[in-house]
Ligand binder design. Structure first.
Ligand code: AMP
Length: 130
């Protein structure tokens, strides 16, 4: 399996400090920042610092340390945003889009952390051919 990573994608530019972000959390291997077009009162993107296109690319090729760090960073963001039911919050949704069918816009792995309102059912788009 081979993945082609585009180093000019917008999240790579954020990681290189070429464009700004509203940082929520930074760890050794991960960065979390606010989505520029929030879909909910809390909308944070968590990305690994490594050059991974999507989730299964990361799962296959990231080191154990990167995977542990990324997983913990997502949990930490839920706590920072106070949406974690374990800390009195009302819950959240994690989304990671991949490829054309997943309607991924930015080809650098990211997990959307969404919360702060009832988010509705998981999928609303009508089934389309293809
Ligand atoms: P996706 O469709 O899963 O690839 O989502 C990409 C997300 O990145 C969208 O929700 C955009 O609003 C968000 N986004 C694009 N550019 C930026 C940026 N410069 N800073 C923060 N979020 C961004």
């Amino acid at each position: 399996m081979s993945y082609r990573y585009d180093p000019e994608n917008i999240f790579a530019k954020i990681l290189r400090g070429e464009i700004p972000c509203q940082k929520v959390l930074e760890t050794e291997h991960s960065l979390a920042f606010r989505d520029i077009a929030p879909q909910a009162p809390h909308h944070v993107l968590v990305i690994p610092k490594g050059a991974y296109v999507c989730y299964e690319h990361f799962a296959a090729e990231a080191t154990d340390a990167e995977i542990l760090d990324f997983t913990r960073a997502i949990g930490e963001v839920c706590r920072i945003e106070a949406i974690s039911p374990g800390a009195g919050g009302a819950g959240y949704r994690l989304i990671s889009n991949c490829g054309t069918h997943g309607m991924q816009e930015v080809p650098h792995l990211h997990v959307h952390v969404l919360g702060g309102r009832v988010l509705g059912r998981m999928l609303t788009a009508k089934r389309e051919a293809g």
